[in-house]
Every structure is written in C-alpha cells, then in structure tokens.
Design a protein around this ligand. Sequence first.
Ligand SMILES: [Zn+2]
Length: 51
Amino acid sequence: MSTLPPCPQCGSAFTYEDGAMLICPECAHEWSKEAASETDLPPENSLPRVA
Ligand SMILES: [Zn+2]
C-alpha cells in the first residue's frame, strides 16, 4: 500500500486518490499529486488545526 500525503489545507491523513488527484474528505480540498510532489512540503510544517 502506498502512503498518501496529508491534506495541505487541514492536515488530515484521510486523503484518498481519484485518478491524478488527491482528495481530502475532511475539508473537501482537492489537489494534484504532481503539484504536491513539486512543492515537497516538510511533514512538520505547522498547519493550523481546525477541528
Ligand atoms: Zn483537508
């Protein structure tokens, strides 16, 4: 199984793939895997936790 990156918007780990896109069920944010890999965000970047 491949590990998907967490949502860049809310930090949720429950992201899933839809073709070339990654989708977050928590905030409905959609982004492309290619763009995510280009950005190469560090995993410990401090995202605001919106519960
Ligand atoms: Zn999200």
